[in-house]
Design a protein around this ligand. Structure first.
Ligand code: AVI
Length: 351
């Protein structure tokens, strides 16, 4: 793979900003196998990554500011008080963030780490190169001592990239090999992974960390259905628009004929599985096609397509699961209502 670097500030002896696209454009071409498979099975499903085209990313940013959607502001509040302690726990680190987006919460960590007498290195990882560059340039302005080496790609691609080869050590993103790594995964995005995918993810995290490295995880906790269901059924209908937008994305990507007016948003808390489930319910009996994928499928009236799960965790159970991947919980922080938690783990030595 050809790696190329964008050097933004050439007056520095070392470039302050580099980014590496992970995979060639060809590898990111979507062949839609998971779409065909999901729409061919009963009950029907769609991978939640189709939420995040440009429009979907904007809608998600809006969701994060909704009064009903408590996770973002609760995590931010926890981070505001915990950031200094986190930096104290770990000391100087290279900060590597999976799904960095606008890096807005990361600023709280960068503020805390810039108080330490250690180099300030940040590796944001995001599928959107545009978003990554824009926020990187803002950060470089605000933190004169900061060096950024981003990765443009999915978190799966990034974890493979950070793990090095199967025989070697995890690849450092910066030149100082002695600085430990803090891998950051905020927003309770782990909740969008089903149990099997979460296991695979944690194994990749384990491989991307050396013993002594750290993992900081944002986790949405189990709570009353009266809080949970409105968070995914907001009064302004932004979550509904976000959910429906994945059909528009499929139409654009695969030359489809989904008629958005013939589907309704449906989100509920499955108490047995401890997860919010988002679906699109077909309002009529209809046939849908995705020409590029050569796909044609029938939907009965009231039939649903599951578009997302958002799991809500029990912290002690999750801590035990993390330990199975040599991720030793060091400390957790939560809000007064125990709605959300930040969990700091340290990679222990393999047994
Ligand atoms: C990105 N993820 C953690 C969000 C969640 O709460 O599961 C996605 C989301 N879906 C609907 N609202 C927000």
């Amino acid at each position: 793979m050809t790696t190329f670097y964008e050097v933004v500030n050439q007056s520095q002896p070392q470039p302050r900003f580099q980014y590496i696209p992970l995979g060639t454009p060809d590898q990111t071409v979507d062949h839609g196998e998971d779409v065909i498979q999901g729409l061919s099975q009963v009950p029907k499903t769609l991978p939640c990554r189709y939420f995040y085209d440009d429009q979907g990313s904007l809608l998600f940013e809006q969701i994060c500011t909704l009064p009903e959607y408590y996770p973002t502001r609760t995590e931010r509040r926890i981070l505001t008080t915990a950031a200094a302690e986190i930096a104290e726990f770990t000391g100087g680190c290279e900060l590597v963030e999976l799904g960095s987006g606008s890096s807005s919460k990361t600023r709280l960590l960068l503020d805390a780490y810039s108080q330490l007498a250690a180099p300030l290195h940040y590796c944001p990882i995001d599928v959107s190169g545009g978003m990554l560059k824009t926020s990187a340039l803002e950060l470089l302005d605000q933190y004169p001592q900061l060096h950024i080496c981003g990765r443009v790609g999915t978190y799966e691609q990034a974890l493979v990239n950070l793990s090095g080869d199967s025989l070697g050590e995890p690849t450092r993103v910066i030149s100082d090999p002695d600085l430990p790594r803090l891998l950051i995964f905020l927003g309770s995005t782990i909740g969008n992974l089903d149990a099997v995918t979460l296991q695979k993810f944690l194994l990749q995290v384990q491989q991307a960390l050396r013993p002594g490295d750290y993992f900081l995880l944002g986790v949405d906790l189990q709570k009353s259905i009266e809080i949970l269901e409105p968070a995914y059924n907001d009064a302004q209908g932004i979550t509904a628009a976000f959910n429906l937008n994945c059909l528009r994305h499929l139409n654009w990507r695969f030359n489809g004929n989904f008629d958005l007016s013939q589907f309704a948003h449906w989100a509920f808390y499955n108490t047995a599985a401890n997860q919010i489930e988002m679906h699109l319910r077909s309002l009529v009996s209809q046939t849908v096609t995705l020409q590029t994928l050569n796909f044609r499928g029938a939907l009965a009236a009231a039939e649903t397509i599951q578009t997302e799960i958002s799991r809500k965790f029990d912290l002690p159970t999750l801590k035990t699961e993390l330990q199975a991947y040599q991720l030793q919980p060091l400390h957790s922080w939560t809000d007064p209502q125990h709605w959300f938690a930040l969990l700091l783990c340290q990679r222990s030595i393999s047994a």
